[in-house]
Design a protein around this ligand. Sequence first.
Ligand code: GLN
Length: 484
Amino acid sequence: MHQKSLVELSVGLQKGAFSSEERTRACLDRVSRLDGQLNCFISVTGELALDAARAADARIRAGNAGPLTGIPFAHKDIFCTRGVKTSCGSKMLDNFIAPYDATVTRKLLDAGAVMIGKTNMDEFAMGSSNETSFYGPVKNPWNQAMVPGGSSGGSAAAVAARLVPVSTGTDTGGSIRQPAALCGITGIKPTYGCVSRYGMIAFASSLDQGGPFARTAEDVAVMLGAMAGFDERDSTSVERPDDDYTVGLDKPLQGLRIGLPKEYFGEGLDAGVGTVVEAALEEFKKLGATVKEISLPNTHLSVPGYYVVAPAECSSNLSRFDGVRFGYRAENPKDLEDLYTRSRGEGFGAEVKRRILIGTYALSAGYYDAYYLKAQQVRRLIREDFMQAFEDVDVIMGPTAPTVAFELGAKADDPVSMYLSDIYTIAVNLAGLPAMSIPAGFADNLPVGLHVIGNYFKEGRLLNAGHQYQQVTDWHTRIPEGFE
Ligand code: GLN
């Protein structure tokens, strides 16, 4: 039963083949039996989940259920949840009970989805391995010596291990797509402005987007439909008609024009990953797509540009954590200065401090033009590369990450090598485009993700490509040993 997709569960619930309460109990049971090995959850909200499940069952009986009513999900601990601890993976917020719901939380609860708990993540979403979490690392279900990717590692590993059918994540530079790839599941980062950031704890506001994880593109489409939509509480939310992401899934791919950026297949790409991606492209050709080489000449500027913009914005966003208004407060401060200094010194971990220092430096008077302004110019060049490419192709494909999952601790002392694991995902955030990762095979017995990038608001086209590929391949059905 835990192997069923969201869509299959939804059909069973509507038919009365099982109840949401039964499914929720089974999920909670699986989490309590198996999560000790993985550390996917920071909080498990069993009582709340059972109440929500009973309410969902009543709604199903009353005949006003939607596709998510009664479906258990895991929620990244970056989304505020009223009355439930919202830690963002940090000691700073270890004692923070959110007084309100994020818009995404509210939308999922209104749809009748059942929150099982809040998932582990890199501290304030800064990381690519889940190792910066105050709550300890998450283990990759495919090999527990390996990282699950980050920062949404708990949400990705929970779906891969079949603890939940679907979960939420956020992606500032790759944090949905990279863990989806490393855990062998499907995940999408929508166009910037598509999913409300209200109540989603800010890391780098001009890059952050929420999105879903699931095993299949079809499930991701259903989840995204519930999460997306205009929100007047988020000034960067885009006002446009709501999309039904499931309508175009069945469209044949005949004539789809795929671009392969030559910059994504060069140095740094693991050979095993490259082979898997090439095989996936052959499948797309069989489905009627055409493939051509393209160029995104400013790709090499994306990681350096990101590591100015993201720290600059985070240094500003995280200034609110001062020991006065939120979360952790140092004991017995001598004076106000000491309260600020020690609360921040003791409450934040090393990676967060590194980013605040870099960002504060980059924004300081005298350096602003050399760094932040320059990075914004680089950002424009990166966007123009994509716009040029989309004149000739419908989607861009390549590897999601340059390697498969790496060993826990392998990059912990080398931030630059860690930063390079997002080399293919980061440009997409700088441009604000939608992109997804779909399971495409294995290298060294670990999953490989295929990265599919689309033009603005073309999520439907990405999901269609993913769904059609999943009709002729079975990578998304593979289950890690020990979690069958
Ligand atoms: N790994 C990148 C970083 O550490 C991206 C993280 C994210 O997308 N939240 O900044």
